[in-house]
Design a protein around this ligand. Sequence first.
Ligand code: ADP
Ligand code: MG
Length: 467
Amino acid sequence: MANMEFKVFWDECIRQIRDNKIDEAEFHLWFEKLIYESYDNSRLIIAAPSRFYQDQVIKREYNKLIEETLEELSGNKISVEFIISAKEEPTPPQEEISQVSQPVSQVYDEKEELPPSKPVNRVAHPQLQTNFTFENYVIGNNNDFAVGAAKAIADNPGKTQYNPFLIYGGVGLGKTHLMQAVGNEVYKANPKAKIVCIPSETFVNEFIQSIRTNTQNNFKNKYRKVDILLIDDIHDLQDKNDTQEELFHTFNALYDYDKQLIFTCDRPPSELKKFNDRLKSRFQRGLMVDLQPPSYETRVAIIKKKIEATNYNNEIALEVIEFIAKNITSNIRDLEAALNRIIGYSDIVKKEITIESVKNLLTQYFTAAPQTNVSIPMIQKIVSDYFNVSIIDLKGKSRKKNITFPRHIAMYLSRELTDYSTTEIGIEFGGRDHTTVMHACSNIDGKLKADSTLEPMISELKKKLYS
Ligand code: ADP
Ligand code: MG
């Protein structure tokens, strides 16, 4: 059969697949961008928009589905092969490069593949963590699909069919890191892009505040005029009907203008309770991916990467790394906390890290997570005893350092170990504003990174809470 005649079969094959064989969302994602290229001698060549797209089509066995359908239609065995359409990875037009070449503080990236003229922005984006990049994100078979999609989005925000992009999965599996990696990548390529990256809680609080102060228009302008909106932990919006409604409208405003939306959630959206159905169905339009716990090999790779990233100069024996990877299987956050604890310990006692010392230091991580429910008053009590400050002071107004530090630690623990929102925690600490709590938490987060002795202290407090 001649080349163009066969196209009729292809068109019919696609129609049948769409109408009878798979659901609409899947079709929209994985078939609409496949383009008939040529046919010769029982070989059909199809163009896919990118290698990632092609790999996904094959991984999902859609090539087989196409072959099957074509055989039904034509009565012949036909093999499907792919090529990548020439449009992949366009080089940016010249003016885009010159656009970003002006900022005062800029450096040239060390990566070889970048053209030497490409400047990189050095000023950190206020809402993005600088270390949450793709370079620092270890790829394993638990997350390769998610990372592939995230990179495709970072290359072309708003322009791929992965809009919105929703990353879901359990705690500590890398949702926030991956989402922010997209933000960081876009920011690096285009420092002028309007990127907003916030926890859901901020969206809720600012929305409430805008109602209180009658400034809803400012709120709308702020969120409906961005190029890429990243909202973390949308499960926190459960029960918050008005905010969900507002997010729905924000979503529509951005989506209609091809602006990229990315969300994270601790469960598949279908399992969200008390959640606006219209909003849930919007998530279906793009791509949802889940992050699974990493395999043993990936855990080893992650530990190695994390060690590289610390200033720790002494070698950690491979057997020690493997021992940690074997025993801490829950999530990457625990893996990281365990490693910080070990490094902190070895820095203090100036002793080499052995499997024996690791065993002693990490008992709390090796056992299953404790089930006791921790309350804010319990945390205040333990912190007050530990630092020898009164609970009244913890809740009071004193700004003396010997009181603010324990206060921040107590807020941080409340945020980490209980389900209360920052607003509720603020109330428990003398009626403070939620932003004070958020500030305290990021303050401690920052100190944890800079000072390796803090982690053991926090672990000790946790131990006391759970004993
Ligand atoms: P989540 O948002 O899913 O609770 P995070 O994104 O905060 O988890 O990740 C927890 C910690 O684990 C972060 O410090 C992050 O850098 C690290 N992490 C998660 N996944 C990876 C990965 N694939 N490679 C390297 N580090 C990771
Ligand atoms: Mg997170």
